[in-house]
Write a protein that binds this ligand. Sequence first.
Ligand SMILES: *Cc1c(COP(=O)(O)O)cnc(C)c1O
Length: 360
Amino acid sequence: MAHRVVNFNAGPATLPLTVLQKVQEEFLDYHGEGMSIIEMSHRSKAFDALVVETEALVREIVGFSADYQTLFLQGGATAQFAAVPLNLSVAGKTAEYIDSGSWASKAVKEAEKLGKPYRVPASSKADAYKYIPTDFVIGKDAAYLHITSNNTIYGTQWQSFPGTGNVPLVADMSSDFYCKRFDPNKFALIYAGAQKNAGPSGVTMVIIRKDLLERSPNNIPTIMNYQIFAKENSLYNTPSTFGIYVVNLVMKWIKEQGGIDKVEKMNRDKAKLLYDTLDSSDFYKPHARKDSRSLMNITWRLGSEDLEKKFIAEATAQKFIGLKGHRSVGGIRASVYNAMTLKGVQQLVDFMKDFEKKNG
Ligand SMILES: *Cc1c(COP(=O)(O)O)cnc(C)c1O
């Protein structure tokens, strides 16, 4: 495996090596079916068993009860920006959105386009989205509160989730899906495109509390109707069969690591190593405010854009890839999703110390 790079891509992103090996091993003959997973009917017994197992596995990792159901949908998190207001709006009620970054504001724009009443009680836009706005009051009778649990571009993450009483809490967890333990019962719905922390692109997990399914109106596009997809166990039409299969393997990988608490510990160790390095001198300038730092996407700047270019060029030459920050923020971003190893982060930190010595 000497030719595999140390992959800090923001998404699609690194996946556990053992998962990739399992995919390779099973690819030509999935479970004795004599064909690959991408050649078999989504109506077959073998595939149906896979969906049933994966639906439960996804809930099991953090303890979502049978009051919830996992849906496997397509269209990425971007489709959910529209599906959430289409399904969860309630006549006479206003939806609330916390604006903690550009994905959050894209979610707002879809609600606006659909003509749904909404309010943004808090935003950190004026401060370059350096922090999670946590000081806000929502309407007691809001249709739902939408948050983005991790802001992939800025490297900020909710450290704890708000209690919302009877107001359904909805979270876009695309970039920190199952990176740490959280209380599932706080949420009415979470969604995440698989391609950052759970699998390949093409499948989106939606975990919805079943009582909310009643809200889906009949007059919305079928492809976005939660109630129909729940009733059909995600098999209303052809799903991303390969995507669901890889998500299944990644969930099993989390269990093999010792479960979500072990994965969280690994993520905290990796993030600490990087943040300690950023904090140990003025050479590296972290973007996110300390109280809002992400475990998954770690962002920083250097003294000049030229120095940043040099940093990325030298890092790439040493097989550290995907470190260029998002174009809206610039600088450097290291995405250290679940599958990134502590060793990979240690190697990057060694490189950073060396780079600082030579250029500081
Ligand atoms: C990547 C990302 C998205 C967009 O996901 P798609 O699957 O490409 O639609 C949305 N929200 C967050 C938080 C993301 O990180």
